[in-house]
Ligand binder design. Sequence first.
Ligand code: 5AD
Ligand code: SF4
Length: 448
Amino acid sequence: MSTMKISVQRPRLYIETYGCQMNIADSEVVAGILRQQGYDLTHELEKADLVLINTCSVRDNAEQRIWGRLDYFRAIKRKKRFLLVGVIGCMAERLGEELAAHEAVDIVAGPDSYRDLPLLLDRARSGAKGINVDLNDIETYSGINPERIDEKTISGFVSIMRGCNNFCTYCIVPYTRGRERSRDPQDIIHEMEHMAANGFYEITLLGQNVNSYSWKNGLQTIAFPQLLEMLAQEFPQLRLRFTTSHPKDISNDLLHVIARYPNVCKHIHLPVQSGSNIVLERMNRKYTREYYLERVAAIRSIIPDCSLTTDLFCGFCGETEEDFQQTLSLMEEVKFDAAYMFKYSERSGTYAAKKLRDDVPENIKIERLNRMIALQNKISKALNQVEIGKTFEVLVEGHSKKSKNDVVGRTSQNKVVVFPDKGFSSGQLVLVKIIKATSATLIGEATV
Ligand code: 5AD
Ligand code: SF4
C-alpha cells in the first residue's frame, strides 16, 4: 500500500494599502498579527486565501475607488469560493455595516480592532460576517512585531502615536482613528533596533500629529523634541524623518533638535491648508496666516538648509476668490519645495458637513485646484533649478524605474535624485552633484 504525503500549505495573505503612510505602517502591524495566526504574506493576488484592503476616508474619491475594488473582488470570489475579503482602516470605521452588506466583504475591522482579526476570521470562516469597529483610546499595538511588506525597501515607517484630537472642521480622521495616544518610547526603540538590524537605513516616525507626541514616565513627560533627540542619539547610523506636524506644535525646541543632529533629516512637512485667516478659523486650525509665517521664519533661521512641504486644499465652505488669492499669495511668500494639493470633499459626520454649506461649485473648485497646482509646479521647478551645481549626500534606494543604468535616492531635504549607477548599493550614502532639474526630480552625477 502506498502512503500518501499530505503537505499542509500555510494560508496566504494579500494586503492592498491605500491612503497615507500611517496605513502602510498599519498594514505591517496587521501582517504581523496574522503571521502569528500562520498567515504568510504573498504579493500575488492569485495565490491569496485572504485579501485585506486597508482604506482611507479623507476624501470621497478615495472611497469610491474602494467600492470599485470590492466589485472586482466580488467577481473573483464567484470563481474562488474559499477566498476571504476584509476591509480595514478608516473606511471600515466610517461605514461599518454598509461595507459588510457588500457581497464581497467577509470582514470589517476599524483601525483599533486589528488584534481582534483572528476572531473575526474565525467568524468569517464559519460563514458569518466578522465586524469590529470599536475605537479604543489606549491601543498602540505595543508588543506586535510588524511584518515588512515591501522587502526591498531600505526606508521604513514606525508609528509613534495614533489618533487626533484637533477636530479640524473638514476632517474625518478624529472620527475614524479616535483620540490621540502616544506609544511607549521603549517600544519605539525596540522596533527601531529590529529594523536597523534588518536592512533599514532610514526611518520615518509617523503620527497624525507627531509633534504633539507626549509620554508620561512617572513625573517626567517626554514630548516630541525629547523623543526625537533620544532616537537621534540611539541610532546615529539611521536617517530619521517624521510626519505629519501640526503648525501649532512646531516649537523652537524641536527645531533646535533637528538642527543639532546630522542624522535628523532637514525636511519639515507642515500642512497649512489655506492662506486666508477667515478660512483657517472656519477650519478650526487654531493658527493664523501670520503665526504660520512666523514659524516658517523660525525654521529658516534655526535650520537654514531645511526644505518645507505642505498640504493645501481649495474650495472649502465659504471660500471666496479673495480667500483663494490669499492661499496663492502665501504659496508665493513661503515658496514650498512641494505641496499635496486637493479640493474640498465634504465628509458626513464632520462639523463642516453638519454646520457649514459646501457652497463652492465643483467647476470653481477644479479651476482653483488647477491654478494652485500650476503655481506650485512653477515654484518647485524654480527651487530645484537653484540646486544645480550643488552637491548633496544622497541615500541610495535602488535602481531607477525608468533606467537600469541609473540609481535613485533622496537628499536629507527629501528631494529625489537620479544619477548613473557606478555599482552603488541600496542604503549607501553617495555625494552627488546636481546637473539638471525638473519640478519633481534632480538629476546628478556621483562625485566619486
Ligand atoms: N477634503 C479635502 N482635503 C482634505 N484633507 C483632509 N480632509 C479633507 C477634506 N475633507 C487634506 C488635508 C490634510 C490631508 C491629509 O488631506 O490637506 O492635511
Ligand atoms: Fe485631520 Fe486636522 Fe487631525 Fe490633521 S490635525 S488629522 S487635518 S483633524
